[in-house]
Structures are given as C-alpha cells and as structure tokens.
Design a protein around this ligand. Structure first.
Ligand SMILES: [Zn+2]
Length: 127
C-alpha cells in the first residue's frame, strides 16, 4: 500500500467508521422481520447507497481542497484573475449513486460581469 498522510489516514478511519455504521444498519435487530430476499436486497441497496454517496462527497471535497491550493483561476473569456466569494456555494448533484452535496467556489470576473466555476471535476454538465 502507498504511504498515507496523517490526513488521509484520518479520512480512511472515518470511512471504516461509516462502513461499520452501514453494517450495523444492515444487521439491526428487525432483520428477522425481513423475510423476503427482496426486502434484504432493498436494505442492502439503501445502506450501500448511503456509503456510495458519502464516498463521492469525499472525492469531491478532496478535489475542492486541491483547487483551493491551486493558483488563482483566470476568466475563461478575458483571462483576468477571477474574484472569489469568501464562502463556497453548496450545490446538489444528482449522479448514479443519488444526490450528493458539493461545495464550489464561484469565481466572478468584474470585466465580463460573469460568474464561473473554475476547473473542477466535470460535473457542470449535470448541474
Ligand atoms: Zn473576464
């Protein structure tokens, strides 16, 4: 396994905690009342789906942290440096794992008087 940073280890530990909670939800006591295969499968899909959405959100958050560390983005039209609001905007994206929350820094170009979401994962098309 590749060397992990302390931050990465902490997030991995959080994932294991989430996975443990997913297991507990799957195996909780009313399990005996789930008599049909379909009911078991429904719960597995629901429980697994939550974990999938959580993973997608973690990846989006990581991409956001990388962008935040990158040099200031430029306007795609005129090339001037974009201005950023102090707080990112939350957007909801509907993907194959369901709806996830993503925080995006909206850049504003005073010359073009337009707002842009600079380089991120290519989720714009769906939003
Ligand atoms: Zn511009």
């Amino acid at each position: 396994m590749a060397e992990q940073t302390p931050e990465c280890k902490a997030r991995r530990a959080k994932f294991l905690e989430e996975a443990g909670a997913a297991f507990d939800r799957m195996m909780k006591e009313d399990q005996e009342q789930m008599i049909t295969f379909d009911q078991m499968e429904d719960r597995a899909l629901e429980v697994g789906g939550k974990l999938q959405r959580w993973l997608v959100e973690q990846c989006l958050a990581q991409a956001a942290r990388r962008r935040a560390a990158a040099p200031p983005a430029c306007c795609p039209k005129c090339g001037k440096t974009l201005q950023f609001a102090p707080t990112p905007k939350e957007r909801r994206i509907r993907g194959r794992t369901g709806e996830v929350a993503v925080e995006r820094q909206e850049g504003y170009c005073p010359s073009c008087r337009k707002a842009f979401f600079p380089s991120g994962p290519s989720v714009e098309a769906g939003g």
